[in-house]
Design a protein around this ligand. Structure first.
Ligand SMILES: [Zn+2]
Length: 186
């Protein structure tokens, strides 16, 4: 058992060491220039390096592919289109087992200088989001933000979300768990 845990940890350490390099590559030094020049950045992020997701997961596995496209809007706005896809093993809120959630993101973002005050009209505009930026664009962080926004708030398996499932489960489970413990050799 202990051996298995160490192996899993060692594996994750290797993934992290590899992905630290990739994170550095996924930083754009000037997001406005990226948009102005119509640049494209494509890549893959390991779920292991998306730390803010980890608490929501049943297991830290999988990866997310993304494509970031810069362009200029009709009125010269600095725009980004972010597309991302992957399978994320979310923890079911009821049974904690994995739900293999198919992530699909297609977001439109407008870059604005950090000190910009947005008008009420702009804030209410839901055709795009505003991304205040000093200059440097942390792409991995942006992808992680968008993933967090796209995940369901309280994910449950279909069978775990059925009306009455919670009641029945809570009445039966403590006994089932006790019986399981009693039967287990030390
Ligand atoms: Zn479940």
């Amino acid at each position: 058992m202990q051996h298995f845990v160490l192996t899993w940890k060692a594996k994750n350490n290797i993934i992290l060491r590899l992905s630290r390099n990739s994170l550095r590559l996924k930083t754009v030094s000037d997001g406005f220039a990226f948009a102005r020049d119509g640049r494209v950045l494509e890549g893959t992020l390991a779920v292991a390096e998306l730390f803010r997701l980890h608490d929501l997961l049943a297991e830290v596995t999988g990866s997310v592919d993304f494509r970031l496209q810069g362009f200029k809007g009709e009125r010269g706005q600095f725009m980004l289109r972010l597309e991302a896809a992957g399978v994320v093993p979310l923890a079911c809120q009821r049974c904690l087992e994995a739900i293999h959630f198919e992530l699909k993101i297609d977001s439109l973002l407008q870059l604005v200088p950090e000190s910009t005050e947005l008008s009420q009209e702009e804030l209410e505009d839901d055709t795009r989001d505003f991304l205040p930026l000093a200059g440097e664009l942390k792409v991995a962080e942006l992808v992680e933000d968008e993933i967090l926004l796209a995940l369901p708030v309280a994910p449950r398996h279909e069978k775990c979300g059925l009306p009455g499932a919670a009641d029945a489960g809570e009445r039966i489970n403590p006994f089932a768990a006790l019986a399981g413990l009693k039967g287990k050799p030390n």
